[in-house]
Ligand binder design. Structure first.
Ligand code: 8GP
Length: 809
């Protein structure tokens, strides 16, 4: 949009004064940020309104992306940038004596997700809007979100993340679109006078779902979509039934935290409540919205696509059935046809424990009407499948099995499309995890390799690189990422390589300053910055990284002149609160860091930095400064990975197993420009099947492994209780579930290859350039185009403008 600096300054002064009744010169940083955020939101409000109206007027088909997690990151900079206002805003603030960067740091980063799945949802929101596609998010407005991580004596401590303490300027509470969600009670069917079977309810817990809408701003296209997050409140007409704060707790707790402690029954029940709450409110509001389209109900799938992001929102299937049958009065067959054509499902993990299963008793008690519908879906499924496919497949694929409701099965049965998130992952779904379903419904399965938005992860996070690309290949790559490949033409240009290396060094200096500020550790910006940033999980093998660092440390101690390039190992990761092993790994890495960072024999050769509270904003600081991207999961376990894509796009060289999207990264960048090590997925399957793996043998016969593992438990690493022992035990006594020891040697070798290559700065930078130039296929814009064409059947649409001026708030 068009805005002069002069107009911005005037708007900003007015905005501040109208909010606080004094001049901006007296404002605190939070106040100055709030005023700026609200002003930018005012600028957004017109295209937001126009976009919504255009969709309705033209009956545009809309996607609703249901996800328990969204990780939008800070929004001020990204919104101003996508609107085309960032430079004007920065200039205006400078004229007012304010710093944009300082104000934007005051924005709290909403931790409404845990990892890749949540951030993917937010990258998709950005791409949908930027591609002018009608795509909305549907999720939960957690009051505290995921915990804030702190390290106390090296241990992870979880604190509540009170992200809403100072207002959230981006959201608008939308009181006219509330919905009622019912839990528990008695439900029965009664035939009414018109002959319909009507669902009757008594003694239900009624919860008001209040939507909070946040604009999702497209890149320079006047297009603004909606992210709708629901909050649980007491229905106004029932307020008098609640007499104490305690009595309101069962309602308020529904949207209090992401991932309640699921190590006990109460926690699991709460999680199921959250899932149904989000699903029911979302589906109700979609059906209500759809009525505005004024087309027959059987055409719902032509106008609405509902996407089930992992199994958590799989209750969409029975909830949509409930609404169509109980409220819209359709027959079962009509309702099923609509539901099936409307829903699609993405699987994000093959970990069996993450494929949700709910006890039937819990489901029946909490959601009696929904359970009736699930039973009927299951009954019909069994009835149809049994004669055609026989008993084994039918029982293996049923929704109700051994006292549980299998949510992945419900999602597959109720969806017309099932996709994995990288080719290998999709293959594993088809050949292993969902093999029987692939036999039943081969046509439903498809792959959609993940992607990331370059706007946040390159344009905004790495302005130096962005400027270089603009200078060397023009600006087209920003709208059309495939243009990035033109950059390959510069791989031999000494000048370009020098500039690229200088930009990386600048980014590293900035990160080094940040490390010193928050961790008190001085690191050498000329060292290799080696980065592993992702959820802490045994399959991702942060402990393989740990063992290698320990190995390096022991080598240095033994031979202080060993030829290692100086290296800074950087970690960012949260462990799930009840995941003891992951927490033990954190503690050991922190203690090892303590040892290594303070040992004068080590000097610059080795430093270890574990950042606290890893999240989107921290990732934006780390990624542009990375030289090495650690993607070291056991092959077959990582569905895709997305930090691999962000790091590649910023010129880091990938050190990887052939897992998830690493394989596609290798294919695009070429085997010479990536460091590959370890077992392949077929080898992992073979080794598991053969049952011949003996980790103890490796411990006993491989001297490097022996030495490193002993150091975990012989007091070499200070301040450990039993954490080192626990890791030792898991690897040696419990036979190393994720083949860490098996891959150790080839990992160490790959790390040494990295050292050698880094000595040739020109060659290193050339490979870095090739990585950047090959990163286009991992743009979320392309991923979304494929979802849109193959699954959702939605198209880009132009927005009609009324020429209305921005509203004042
Ligand atoms: C992640 C996968 O682990 C990662 O490979 C993939 O890139 C990403 O999803 C996006 O597809 N899965 C999760 O984040 C996940 O399963 N989270 C569970 C805690 C819900």
């Amino acid at each position: 949009m068009e805005l002069t600096t002069k107009d911005f300054i005037k708007d900003y002064k007015n905005q501040f004064q109208s909010m606080y009744a004094y001049s901006y010169e007296e404002g605190s940083t939070e106040q100055l940020y709030n005023a700026l955020g609200l002003l930018v939101k005012n600028y957004i409000s017109t295209p937001w309104k126009e976009t919504r109206e255009t969709y309705i007027k033209n009956s545009v088909k809309q996607v609703f992306y249901f996800s328990m997690e969204f990780l939008p990151g800070r929004q001020l900079k990204s919104n101003a940038y996508n609107l085309g206002l960032l430079d004007t805003v920065k200039e205006g603030l400078t004229e007012l004596g304010l710093s944009f960067d300082e104000l934007s740091e005051a924005e709290v980063d909403p931790a409404l997700g845990n990892g890749g799945l949540g951030r993917l949802a937010s990258c998709f929101m950005d791409s949908l809007a930027s591609l002018s596609m009608a795509g909305n998010g549907n999720g939960i407005r957690y009051q505290y979100g995921l915990f804030r991580q702190k390290f106390v004596d090296g241990y992870q401590v979880e604190l509540p993340e009170n992200w809403l303490r100072y207002r959230n300027v981006w959201e608008t509470s939308n009181d006219k679109s509330t919905c009622m969600v019912r839990f528990g009670g008695n439900v029965w069917l009664e035939r009414n006078k018109q002959g319909y079977l009507e669902a009757k309810y008594e003694n239900t817990l009624n919860v008001l779902a209040v939507p909070y809408d946040t604009p999702m701003v497209g890149y320079r296209n006047d297009k603004v979509n909606n992210l709708r997050l629901w909050s649980a409140e007491i229905p106004v007409e029932e307020e008098n039934n609640y007499h104490t704060i305690e009595e309101t707790e069962p309602i308020k707790e529904i949207t209090q935290v992401l991932y309640p402690d699921d190590s006990n029954y109460e926690g699991r029940l709460l999680r199921l409540k959250q899932e149904y709450f989000m699903v029911s409110a979302g589906v109700q509001s979609i059906i209500r919205h759809f009525r505005k389209y004024n087309v027959p109900r059987k055409n719902i799938p032509d106008k609405v696509a509902i996407h089930i992001n992992d199994t958590h929102p799989a209750l969409v299937v029975p909830e949509l059935m409930r609404i169509l049958i109980d409220e819209e009065r359709l027959s079962w067959e009509q309702a099923w046809e609509i539901t099936f054509k409307t829903c699609s499902y993405t699987n994000h993990t093959i970990l069996r424990e993450a494929l949700e299963k709910w006890p039937i008793d819990m489901m029946k008690e909490l959601l009696p009407r929904i359970y009736m519908i699930i039973e009927e879906i299951n009954r019909r499924f069994v009835e149809n499948t049994l004669p055609l496919y026989g008993e084994r497949i039918t029982w293996q694929t049923a929704i109700l099995q051994n006292g549980v409701v299998n949510m992945a099965h419900m999602a597959v049965i109720g969806s017309h499309s099932v996709n994995g998130v990288a080719q290998l992952h999709t293959d594993i779904l088809m050949n292993d995890v969902l093999k029987d379903f692939f036999e039943l419904y081969p046509e439903r399965f498809n792959n959609k390799t993940n992607g990331i938005t370059q706007r946040r992860w390159v344009h905004l996070a790495n302005p130096g690189l962005t400027q270089l690309l603009d200078d060397k290949i023009g600006e087209d790559w920003k709208k059309n990422p495939s243009e990035l490949k033109v950059f390959k033409g510069q791989e031999k240009d000494k000048q370009t390589l020098k500039q690229l290396a200088a930009i990386k060094l600048e980014n590293k200096k900035r990160l080094a300053d940040h490390i010193e500020k928050v961790k008190g550790i001085k690191v050498n910006p000329n060292a290799i910055f080696d980065v592993q940033i992702k959820r802490l999980h045994a399959y991702k093998r942060q402990h393989l990284n740990l063992l290698h660092i320990l190995h390096r440390y022991l080598e240095i101690k033994q031979n202080p002149s060993v030829d290692y390039a100086p290296r800074v190992f950087i970690f960012g990761a949260k462990a799930a609160p009840s995941y003891l092993y992951a927490k033990q790994i954190i503690k050991v890495i922190n203690s090892l860091a303590e040892l290594v960072n303070n040992d004068p024999d080590v000097g610059d050769k080795l430093k270890v930095v574990f950042f606290e509270n890893y999240g989107v904003s921290l990732a934006e600081k780390i990624i542009p400064a990375a030289d090495v991207s650690e993607q070291i999961s056991l092959a077959s376990m990582e569905a895709s990975g997305t930090s691999n894509m962000k790091l590649m796009a910023n010129g880091a060289l990938t050190l990887a197993t052939l897992d998830g999207a690493n394989i596609e990264i290798r294919d695009f960048v070429g085997g010479d420009n990536i460091f590959v090590f370890g077992l392949t997925s077929p080898e992992v399957y073979e080794l598991k099947a053969a049952q011949t793996y003996n980790a103890r043998d490796l411990y006993e016969n491989n001297s490097n492994i022996h030495r490193a593992l002993n150091a975990l438990k012989d007091g070499t690493i200070p301040n450990l209780q039993d954490e080192g022992h626990a890791i030792f035990e898991s690897l040696v006594h419990f036979n190393d579930e994720y083949f860490v020891l098996k891959d150790f040697d080839s990992y160490v070798q790959a790390q040494e290859d990295i050292d050698s290559l880094y000595k040739d700065q020109n060659e290193w930078t050339r490979k870095s350039l090739l990585n950047i130039a090959s990163s286009a296929p991992f743009s979320a814009d392309y991923t979304i185009k494929k979802y849109a064409d193959d699954i959702w059947k939605v198209k880009s649409c132009a927005v009609e403008h009324e020429g209305v001026q921005p509203l004042d708030e």
